[in-house]
Design a protein. Structure first.
Length: 57
């Protein structure tokens, strides 16, 4: 078991896969952080457009 872990630590191809996984996780965090505020801002814009287009009673 110890030999397996030592061999796993010294392999370099697993490192690139780990780096890609970390990069994907960071991109997901950034997207999750900015999607909600942008969606709210777009909602406000559409609401103001709808209000401007609605005729007064």
């Amino acid at each position: 078991m110890k030999a397996f872990i030592t061999k796993l630590i010294h392999r370099e191809d697993g490192a690139s896969a780990l780096e890609y996984a970390l990069l994907a996780a960071m991109v997901a965090v950034v997207i999750a952080t900015f999607v909600t505020p942008i969606g709210d801002a777009i909602g406000v814009i559409f609401t103001s457009i709808q209000t401007a287009l609605t005729p007064a009673p």
